[in-house]
Design a protein around this ligand. Structure first.
Ligand SMILES: Cc1cc2nc3c(=O)[nH]c(=O)nc-3n(C[C@H](O)[C@H](O)[C@H](O)COP(=O)(O)O)c2cc1C
Length: 263
């Protein structure tokens, strides 16, 4: 099994690994891209998406991606990012129709995150270049209810020959090899990269992640107040410290702040 897959050629990377968009901070995506994988940055909630693209490009001359949540109109931010030179656009939580053409016109390519084979077929029908199949083990916002193991082959079969990248519950090289065996062409990791030195998280958060057992992640129907209702999420939960009562206190910016300040 070759670890250098066709999607590596398409994305301009050496290793079949993508670091998920975890923050709007250039350090981690730049470090990942410099190491030969693909770094991505969140671009969907700040005033000037172009500024984050320029900051990231100043730290790496390799490809990196920018991510947009389509639960609100992102056209202004996508334009800002493309004008700043972004060429790999990652979309999630919404309909990619209306974004693909502008990215292709700029010479870029579109990755779209899905949680079912049907959603993947629709995205490919819109012209999406790469599908990210996100199993419901994934950390963060998780709209689907299908696990990575059955989801990935179903999506691979549904959209072949469009490349599929697998996300959700992949934590080490064994997981990467497993999803390549399922037909994915790369692995998309989020939680594992929170532990990277370049990710600005609070030491207490880091400690909780390192100490977590496989039973400590929980699915919430509506955990955060981040600007869209019923946003389903998977988050770390210690039984002694239920997170549900914190929900009214958390906007997206506050939850980013809680990552960095432990506040
Ligand atoms: C802290 C955190 C923030 C995330 N933010 C985003 C985001 O803004 N956009 C997105 O498409 N996915 C986001 N995700 C989900 C990841 O893209 C990915 O699907 C998930 O982390 C994969 O599962 P894993 O955490 O088990 O590796 C986030 C995940 C985490 C853990």
């Amino acid at each position: 099994m070759s670890a250098h897959t066709p999607v590596c050629e398409l994305l301009g990377i050496e290793h079949p690994i993508v670091c998920a968009p975890l923050a709007a901070d250039p350090r981690l995506p730049a470090a990942v891209s410099n190491a030969g994988a693909l770094g991505t940055t969140e671009l969907w909630w700040m005033d000037d998406a172009g500024a984050v693209v320029r900051e990231t490009a100043a730290l790496t001359d390799r490809p990196f991606g920018g991510n947009f949540a389509l639960n609100s109109d992102q056209r202004r931010r996508v334009d800002q990012a493309l004008s700043a030179g972004l060429r790999i656009v990652s979309l999630f939580e919404g309909d990619p129709q209306g974004y693909v053409e502008v990215v292709h016109d700029a010479g870029g390519l579109v990755m779209h995150t899905v949680s079912s084979a049907e959603e993947a077929r629709r995205a490919v029908g819109c012209g999406v270049d790469v599908i990210v199949a996100q199993g419901w083990e994934a950390g963060g916002h998780v709209p689907g209810r299908v696990a990575t193991l059955p989801l990935v082959p179903a999506v691979v079969d549904a959209v072949a020959p469009i490349p599929v990248i697998a996300a959700g519950g992949i934590g080490d090289a064994r997981g990467v090899v497993a999803v390549l065996a399922l037909g994915a062409q790369a692995a998309w990791l989020g939680t594992r990269f929170l532990l990277a030195n370049e990710m600005p998280i609070h030491e207490e958060y880091r400690r909780l992640l390192v100490d977590a057992a496989e039973t400590d992640a929980e699915w919430y129907a509506n955990l955060y107040e981040v600007g869209w209702p019923d946003s389903q999420s998977v988050a770390l939960a210690k039984r002694s410290q239920p997170v549900q009562p914190l929900r009214p206190l958390w906007s997206h910016c506050r939850s980013q702040r809680s990552q960095t300040c432990g506040d």
